[in-house]
Every structure is written in structure tokens, then in C-alpha cells.
Design a protein around this ligand. Structure first.
Ligand code: SF4
Ligand code: SF4
Ligand code: SF4
Length: 170
């Protein structure tokens, strides 16, 4: 995390989700000129400019990690690579607003997750525990748009912890 990211997080502002392959910190901010090439190239149509800079918006679809956004970025603010998923630390998180957590059977997100990362377990009082397995989730964001209660959001997870978890289940 560079100084700018650190202070942004400390100030409590929501961190922007940049496209996969985005250069860290200043390397991104100094290179991106807001040309919109990544916006136009995105195969999922999920990149838009906010304050002149690209952000990924999972409101309509998830990211396929196709790397097109990095391929078209002439200024190398985003760089396509074969390891986009490995360097992507965003993971899904399900809030208490989830219908199943309140005893209403929904499970819509389950079918949207090709990784089978969302798990449901019966809980007391007819409710259900709903959790995202962080070591299985790849952070594609496909589940976000599927939720009728807007109960799924993306959060940054510690890359080191994810690696350890993956090793533990391997
Ligand atoms: S293509 Fe590169 S320089 Fe252009 S808006 Fe996207 S990240 Fe910025
Ligand atoms: S990797 Fe592909 S789907 Fe994901 S944001 Fe970039 S262009 Fe869009
Ligand atoms: S972000 Fe993608 S992999 Fe993770 S739980 Fe949602 S749909 Fe599954």
C-alpha cells in the first residue's frame, strides 16, 4: 500500500476498485490521463470514469479478467498479464441485509458464483448463515449484481492471508 492509498483508507473514504492490472499508487495516478480506452474496451462494460479515473462497477456484471483494459492502455497505467487473478485482492462480502440471514429463502447469489464460493448453513431460528469462502472467491464481482437486496459488496482482503488460506486447503 503506498502513502496515498494508506491515507485514503485512514480517512475512511471508500477505496475505488480499479481495473485488474492497475499499477500501484503513483505509477497509476501519474500515468492515467483519463483517455477512456479501457472504458471502451471492457468486454463486460463495467469500467467507467469517476473523477477522470477508471473504476470497476459491478452493478451490472462481473469481471472476466480478460485483460483487455490493460492491453489497450498505451500509457501502461493498467498492464495486462497472465496473473491478473493472482494479483487481485478484492473479495465479496455479504452484509446482514442478506434475505437468507433473515429466514427468507433467496440464494440468488449462489447460482451466480461459478467458483462455488458462497456457502449456506442452517442456523438457529430458521435463519441461514451465509458466508463467502475467501480462499475460494476470486473477486470477480458477478454475485454483486445478482443480489436483490444489494447485500453484497467488495472489500480488499490481505493478499498474504489469502495465500495462506489457499495453501491450507490445497
Ligand atoms: S486506458 Fe489507461 S490511460 Fe486511458 S483511462 Fe484507462 S487507465 Fe487511464
Ligand atoms: S479485465 Fe476485461 S472484463 Fe475485467 S475490467 Fe478489464 S476489460 Fe473489463
Ligand atoms: S466475487 Fe465472484 S467468486 Fe467471489 S463469491 Fe462473488 S461470484 Fe463468487
Amino acid at each position: 500500500m503506498d502513502r496515498r492509498d494508506f491515507f485514503r483508507r485512514m480517512s475512511g473514504k471508500k477505496q475505488a476498485i480499479r481495473p485488474p492490472g492497475t499499477q500501484p499508487g503513483e505509477a497509476f495516478y501519474s500515468r492515467c490521463d483519463g483517455c477512456k480506452a479501457c472504458v471502451k474496451a471492457c468486454t463486460q462494460n463495467i469500467i467507467r470514469l469517476v473523477s477522470g479515473l477508471p473504476v470497476v462497477d459491478f452493478a451490472k456484471a462481473g469481471c472476466t479478467f480478460c485483460g483487455r483494459c490493460g492491453e489497450v492502455c498505451d500509457r501502461k497505467a493498467i498492464v495486462a498479464s497472465a496473473a491478473l487473478e493472482e494479483t487481485w485482492n478484492w473479495r465479496a462480502e455479504i452484509s446482514p441485509d442478506c434475505l437468507d440471514k433473515h429466514g427468507v429463502v433467496c440464494r440468488t447469489c449462489e447460482s451466480s458464483c461459478e467458483e462455488d464460493a458462497i456457502k449456506f448453513r442452517p442456523a438457529l431460528g430458521g435463519r441461514t448463515d451465509v458466508n463467502v469462502l475467501v480462499e475460494v472467491c476470486i473477486g470477480c464481482g458477478a454475485c454483486v449484481a445478482s443480489c436483490p437486496k444489494n447485500a453484497i459488496s467488495m472489500k480488499i482482503s490481505d493478499g498474504e492471508s489469502i495465500t495462506l488460506l489457499k495453501e491450507a486447503v490445497a
